[in-house]
Structures are given as C-alpha cells and as structure tokens.
Write a protein that binds this ligand. Structure first.
Ligand SMILES: *[C@@H]1O[C@H](CO)[C@@H](O)[C@H](O)[C@H]1NC(C)=O
Ligand SMILES: *[C@@H]1O[C@H](CO)[C@@H](O)[C@H](O)[C@H]1NC(C)=O
Ligand SMILES: *[C@@H]1O[C@H](CO)[C@@H](O)[C@H](O)[C@H]1NC(C)=O
Ligand SMILES: *[C@@H]1O[C@H](CO)[C@@H](O)[C@H](O)[C@H]1NC(C)=O
Ligand SMILES: *[C@@H]1O[C@H](CO)[C@@H](O)[C@H](O)[C@H]1NC(C)=O
Ligand SMILES: *[C@@H]1O[C@H](CO)[C@@H](O)[C@H](O)[C@H]1NC(C)=O
Length: 625
C-alpha cells in the first residue's frame, strides 16, 4: 500500500522534475535539480577506541554526505547520495534546504548523473549551483526558538528496538539530565524542546528490504547489509507514514521539524549519529545508532547540527574540543557549546568587544594591559570577551575568551581538568545561518597561565605587527576569572620612547632590557641604523601556547558513568561583569624591585606612526626562480 502511494506520487510528478531526470539519464545535459540535504556524521570509532589507542580524528578525514531530494515532493520521493567527503558545505557552499542544480562531469567513468546502488561509483560533480537559498531560522534573534520533532523508535530486520518509548522519553524529558533540559540550560532558555511539540513514537516495524521510489525510478534497499541513502530514506518514509496514520499529520506539517530516528543497535551504519546541518525548509533529519539511543551527548550533538553548528575542534582534531558537545563530551551529561558556537546561534553576547584600538579601553594606548573580570558561562549569557583584531582585512583570528565552571546542571559533564579554567577559542564566524566557520580551541588556562597568540608580522623588515597576550591573573572557582589582555605591536620592544610596553612583557621603554642599547631618543635621521645586535630580550613570561593538554581517557561506554563531583553549593551570584576595563595593573612584572616612578615621557614625535620602521630595510631579497 505504501509503495502504491509512492508510485502514485511519482506519477503526478511535476514536469520539470521528470524532464531533469530524463535529461540526466540520457546524458544529454548532465545536471539535475533538487533540494540539498547536507548530512554530518559523528564517527563512531572516535568514541570507542580501546584505552591506550589514540582516538585522534584528523580534520578533513571526516565524511559528510550530500543527498538530493525532489523539490516538489521532498518527503515523498527518495533522496539520492550525490557526494561524500569532508567539509561538503564549504566545498560546494550549499546548505540543507537549498534548491540546487548539480552539474556532473561528463566523464566516461560516471555511469550516469545519479547513483542508485551503493556499490556504483559516484558520478563526478562538476559544480553545484544554488538556485535559491534556504532560509534558516535557527539563530536566536529575540523570540524563543521552539524545536519540533517526531522521534521514531525503529525495529527492522529482526533487530529489536534499541530502547522503549519510556526510555526515550526519559532521555528526552524525564531523566535528571535530559535533552529538553540540555537545550534550556545551554541556550539560557532561548531554545525550548518541549514535550508538547516533540513526540516519541514507536516502535515502528520497517521491512528489512524493499524498494524506494524516486521519480520514475525504483531502487532497492536492504538494511541487513547496508546503511546508505536508500535504507535511511526507507526508515524515514515508513516511520512518517506510520505517524501520519496515527494522526500526527497536522503536526507533521510544521516547518523546521526534526525527524529523529532511534535505530536498532545492529544497523550497518558506520557512525554513532548522522544529522542534517541546518534545518531550513520543512524538515531536517537525525539518525542515532542504537548503542547511543539513550546517550544525551550523541543526541545533543546531532541536534546541534540541526541548529546549524559544525564540529568544535582543537589542533588538527576536528572533534578535539572537549569543552563542547559539538566536539567530544568526555562523559555523559550537559556539556554546553563553547562561547564561539553560542555566538554563532545567538545564545550569548560578548561582555566586551575589543577592536585593535580599544583593546585596553584607552584608544591608541597599545601596550597597556586591560584587566577584565569574566563571569562563568554558567551564570550568564553575557559571557565572552570578543577580540576582533581581524578588521580592515587584517588576517588575524577572532578570539573569544571565556571562563567555564561546572554547576549541578550547566556544564555538569565538563572534565575536571577543564573546570574553573579560562578558555581561548578562535572563531572567525558570525551569527548568520550561512556561516561555515568552525571554532578552534587554542588554550585552556589556570591562574598564572598566559596565552600568546601567533605574532602577525607586518613586514619582514621591522618588528611591528599584531599579536595578543592573555594572562589569567586569578580565578575564584565558580565565581569569576580575572584576565589581562595586552595587544602586542612589536615582537620585541624597539619603540623605546613612546611610553608603551609594545611587546607586552611588562616592561616599558627603558625598563625593558630590549631597549638597553637605545640610550638616547630616536635619531631623527633614518639613516642611522640601530645596533644590529640588540641585547637579547628579557626572558618573557613563560610561553603559554602549551602543548595540548593530555587527552582525557577515552569516554567510558558502559555504566556506571563516573559520578560527577558533588554539586557545588549555590554560590553567591558572581559580580556583575565588569564592563569597563580597569586600566591599572600592567602585565605583571617579575616581583623584583618596585617599579620606579615613571619618568616623564620624552616628547613624542608627532604624529605617532604605529610602527615607524627604525631598522634599515633589508637588502633586496634574492629573486626567486
Ligand atoms: C557526454 O558524453 C556523451 C557520450 O559519452 C555525449 O554523447 C554527449 O554529447 C556528452 N555531453 C556533453 C554535454 O558533452
Ligand atoms: C515525564 O515528563 C513529562 C513532561 O515533563 C510529564 O508530563 C510526565 O508525567 C513525565 N513522566 C514520568 C513517567 O515521569
Ligand atoms: C571598542 O570599539 C567598538 C567600536 O567602536 C565598540 O563597539 C566596543 O564596545 C568598544 N569596546 C570597548 C571595550 O570599549
Ligand atoms: C581565522 O582567520 C585567520 C585569519 O584569516 C586564520 O589565520 C585562522 O586560521 C582562522 N581560524 C579559524 C579557526 O577559522
Ligand atoms: C567565515 O568563513 C568564510 C570562508 O569559509 C569567510 O568567507 C567569511 O568571511 C568568514 N567569516 C564570516 C563572519 O562569515
Ligand atoms: C603595518 O605597517 C603599516 C605602515 O607602517 C601600518 O599602517 C599598519 O598599521 C601596520 N599593521 C600592523 C598590523 O601593525
């Protein structure tokens, strides 16, 4: 009966789609149109490496999948796999829900413009044109976002459902930690996952083998051996039909609806979870493999993709950020998104935005450290220091600084070595639906630690450029962290008469040994070279770009999960975020002699050029051949 429905829908297929299909099949014009479905996989092996085996996950090693669904009947007609590989969103600039034209290469190896069977080679894509962009609505802009979903528990091929309806309701709504609470906690109430709009349904028994129909084509699926686009479509199609028959049809018409499939344990899928990136249009899809059915962090990870989020990485490890459920959660519970990802979906606001000129809240005063008090992200959504030196095209990473502290709810799965620490993330993105930038964790710091960014040299012939040093002054566990931010304009202080600590080593001008050789005001003649052999720079504060912290032990897969430390007693509310940087304390100097009163600054050469080259130009570089 269902098959008849599908065939019937194929018959009333709109002409343009049939035309595109036929053209594609006859190889005359190797293009077809449809609705893009970008699927991001959470690799299973990543979680399951045995102890001692590095579960390192290389960037660009990850598989995304691009499916194409029929534009006129996206839910009734089977999608097909058209591309797989890393970072497909980036590569093709295409987002879930976009209406696209896929142009294939007319290569002899391609068997046609579409692949029907999973063992056929994929036709080679020449390009993808976005005909019309989907409109996302996943970024919070002032109105609470209410997630809607059907959650299907599936059995097939003689494999039992991996969980009961009650168990899944527990995972989503009723357990102490649950998906509804996860959304509420990590989004600061901006996203609701309410039981009145998210229905657990099942178990749905689905034929193990059969055919799915697309346009004029039928093609087989067999879940006992495969977990490809055809099998996934069959699971979806049968589940949706069953829910419709049970009276959910009106609800199922709502837009941006999640279709979540809880699969049996035995399915032949290589991932723990698979989900659409973004959720524009009428629906988006999530698949959860049975072993992870009741796993909060795997479910939340996939639902995070539907919000439009990408993976949270560290170094070369695409999932290497252990402070974000979009990276890797070290244990079960709530692990919220890092402040960069929160920013991407509109869940937080910077407590201050620092541009190059007001890093220190003292315009033009380049080397003075500004001091900031960060609240724990658990306490407020105004929670990140946002360093935007990347303006006017300066290729400097945007940096987010935050302080993370576990509470009994917020971040209750944060690893101990990350608790009450200051985090530095790179995130070049913005709060827009079509932003494909990813967050990158670059430092996790305790009190006394310093992060020094790479120094972006201006030219090869002088020391000037752009960098930043972030030092953690103190941490009051659960309450606040005080940090100092100093923008470097010189790698080593060479501007010795400008009253600035240009290299952020805590020593200004003549106090800086790097200036020892420069005993007189800068020569007026640019022809006098400075001493080529400056005394070595003072030993700066220990370099902080620490090697990545040791990876925590692989995530335990079996209960009991290591219990969390007892919840922190309610703390007094943290001090309101300090919105003005107190200008005072400079970057701490080694606790030697008290600093002498600052001598009156010598007259400054007006106008001050940020980096007047004091050194002679290097001789012309040898020409490259
Ligand atoms: C594609 O290849 C087929 C045969 O290999 C040829 O007949 C056809 O003209 C080609 N189409 C284009 C657009 O080049
Ligand atoms: C589960 O939670 C829902 C909504 O929060 C509530 O209506 C229901 O009674 C709960 N069920 C159980 C078994 O606690
Ligand atoms: C720095 O300047 C920008 C742009 O004028 C402003 O939005 C931001 O609030 C300033 N930051 C501070 C800390 O004053
Ligand atoms: C951010 O942009 C900078 C400058 O273009 C680049 O060097 C850096 O790799 C980018 N970082 C991320 C995480 O995208
Ligand atoms: C994010 O990354 C893309 C390149 O992938 C870049 O073009 C864009 O400017 C970046 N930043 C924002 C805010 O979108
Ligand atoms: C590089 O040098 C030019 C010329 O001195 C200056 O205008 C610019 O601000 C410098 N850029 C950085 C990043 O310091």
């Amino acid at each position: 009966m269902r098959r008849q429905q599908m065939v019937a829908s194929a018959i009333c297929r709109p002409a343009h789609f049939v035309l595109a299909t036929l053209l594609a099949l006859t190889n005359v014009a190797r293009a077809e149109v449809g609705v893009a479905q970008v699927m991001s996989a959470l690799e299973e092996g990543y979680f399951d490496s045995p102890p001692g085996v590095p579960n390192f996950h290389l960037n660009n090693n990850n598989k995304d999948y691009l499916y194409l669904a029929d534009i006129e009947n996206p839910s009734g007609s089977a999608w097909r796999l058209v591309a797989e590989g890393p970072n497909l969103i980036d590569k093709y600039n295409v987002l879930t829900g976009d209406y696209v034209r896929v142009n294939y290469k007319n290569s002899s190896t391609a068997s046609g413009s579409r692949r029907l069977l999973s063992d056929e080679p994929l036709p080679e894509i020449d390009s993808i044109d976005v005909i019309s962009e989907s409109e996302g609505h996943e970024i919070y802009t002032g109105t609470q976002i209410r997630v809607k979903s059907m959650i299907y528990i599936i059995s097939t091929c003689g494999w039992a459902p991996s969980a009961t309806v009650e168990q899944i309701k527990g995972t989503f709504f009723n357990n102490t930690n649950n998906i509804a609470g996860y959304h509420d906690t990590c989004s600061y109430g901006k996203v609701a996952f309410d039981p009145s709009e998210n229905f657990v349904f099942g178990p749905v028994e689905i034929p193990c083998k059969g055919t799915v129909t697309n346009g004029v084509l039928k093609y087989p699926y067999d879940a006992s051996v495969a977990c490809g686009a055809a099998e996934q479509f069959a699971w979806r199609q049968y589940s949706e039909a069953a829910a419709r028959a049970a009276g959910y049809g009106a609800f199922m018409a709502s837009s941006q609806r999640r279709i979540i499939h809880i699969l049996p344990r035995e399915v032949r899928c290589p991932w723990a979870g698979l989900g659409n990136v973004g959720c524009s249009g009428s629906y988006c899809i999530v698949y959860i493999k049975g072993a992870y059915a009741q796993d909060l962090t795997v479910n939340m990870h996939e639902l995070g993709h539907t919000q439009g989020l990408s993976h949270a990485g560290r170094g070369y490890d695409e999932y290497g950020d252990f402070s974000d459920v979009m990276g890797t959660a070290p244990s079960e519970g709530y692990l919220c998104m890092n402040v960069g990802n929160q920013y991407r979906v509109g869940w937080n606001k910077p407590l201050a935005t620092l541009l190059p000129d007001n890093t220190t809240n003292a315009p033009g005063n380049r080397g003075v450290a500004g001091r900031w008090v960060l609240p724990p992200t658990a306490a407020t959504d105004t929670n990140a220091l946002y360093l935007r030196y990347n303006i006017n095209g300066t290729p400097f990473p945007n940096i987010f600084v935050s302080f993370r502290s576990r509470t009994s709810r917020y971040d209750n799965a944060l690893a101990t070595y990350m608790n009450n620490r200051v985090f530095v993330h790179n995130f070049n993105g913005s709060a827009t639906e079509r932003d494909y930038n990813r967050t990158l964790l670059v430092a996790v710091m305790a009190a006394g630690d310093v992060y020094t960014s790479p120094f972006l040299g201006n030219t090869t012939f002088d020391d000037s450029g752009l960098g930043v040093k972030i030092r953690v002054i103190s941490i009051a566990a659960g309450t606040s962290a005080t940090v100092e931010v100093c923008r470097l304009t010189e790698k080593v202080e060479t501007s010795c008469f400008d009253g600035d600590d240009n290299d952020c080593n805590g020593l200004t001008d003549e106090l800086d040994p790097a200036c020892a050789m420069a005993s007189s005001p800068p020569p007026s003649s640019p022809n006098v070279p400075p001493s080529p052999s400056k005394s070595p720079p003072p030993s700066p504060p220990p370099p902080i770009s620490k090697p990545p912290s040791p990876r925590p032990p692989p995530r335990p897969r079996s209960p009991p999960r290591s219990p969390l430390p007892p919840p922190r007693p309610p703390t007094s509310p943290p001090p309101p975020p300090q919105l003005k940087a107190s200008k005072a304390p400079r970057f701490p100097t080694p606790p030697q002699k008290p600093r002498p009163p600052r001598p009156p600054p010598p007259p400054r050469p007006p106008p001050r050029r940020p980096s007047s080259p004091r050194r002679p130009r290097m001789p012309t570089a040898p020409t490259r051949h």
